[in-house]
Design a protein. Structure first.
Length: 222
């Protein structure tokens, strides 16, 4: 069974899902413009692999503390339908669809929280995903914290291995698609890695290691 593992932000979608979610929260008056603006600097550090990732999760989840996923359903639907889906690369959508039609296992692997990734994956017709797990209190309300085993860099590989072990799969016949230095560990774990729209250090890494580069912004044949 062939497995295809896709990073989300910058790989499947043209942009960052967390930023899109913050924009949606701003539109719903859950946060203000100053709060939203803080994300710009944090996001730049994230893609350089230099952000305090736990602090970043707390920043994103803080406005949601005390809420349940059910209470957030209208917000999440707006976020997915009006922000994420219009930003999906057509080439990524076509590639994912072709793999699903060939009965390949498709997995979204993202450092983003599961409360967002689950909605996005299912909207794309993808059953399987790994993501950073949001923690809840005994009334299933968001605490503002995440599971310490975050789905980021090497942690993404741990999450993938956990899913594969649970399902009886392995990555010995797999493809990996990622765009940033945060995806390098994941790409190393797959047998056929691809760098999608890479920039900076990730582009240099792809060139150095002879990893094929895909640009979903232009009309390439796969």
């Amino acid at each position: 069974m062939r497995i295809a593992v896709f990073d989300l932000d910058g790989t499947v979608i043209n942009g960052d899902s967390v930023t899109m979610f913050l924009d949606t929260m701003l539109e719903h008056n859950i946060i203000d413009k100053d709060y939203r603006k803080q994300d710009d600097g944090l996001l730049e550090l994230f893609y350089q692999g230099q952000v305090d990732i736990m602090a970043y999760y707390r920043f994103v989840l803080k406005p949601l503390i005390g809420k349940t996923p059910e209470q957030l359903a209208p917000l999440l639907d707006d976020f997915v339908n009006n922000k994420v889906l219009p930003a999906v690369y057509p080439k990524a959508k076509k590639l994912i669809k072709s793999k699903l039609l060939q009965d390949e296992i498709v997995i979204i692997a993202s450092a983003t929280t599961d409360i967002l990734v689950e909605r996005i994956a299912h909207a794309l017709g993808i059953k399987y995903f790994v993501a950073t797990k949001v923690l809840y209190d005994n009334k299933h309300r968001i605490t503002g914290e995440v599971d310490p085993l975050i789905c980021h860099q090497e942690g993404k590989v741990e999450h993938l291995n956990e899913l594969c072990n649970k399902m009886g799969w392995n990555l010995s016949n797999s493809e990996g698609y990622g765009d940033s230095v945060n995806d390098i560990a994941m790409l190393k774990a797959t047998t056929t890695p691809y760098a999608v729209c890479p920039k900076g250090a990730m582009l240099n890494y792809a060139i150095k290691h002879n990893i094929p580069v895909l640009n979903f912004n232009i009309n390439l044949q796969y």
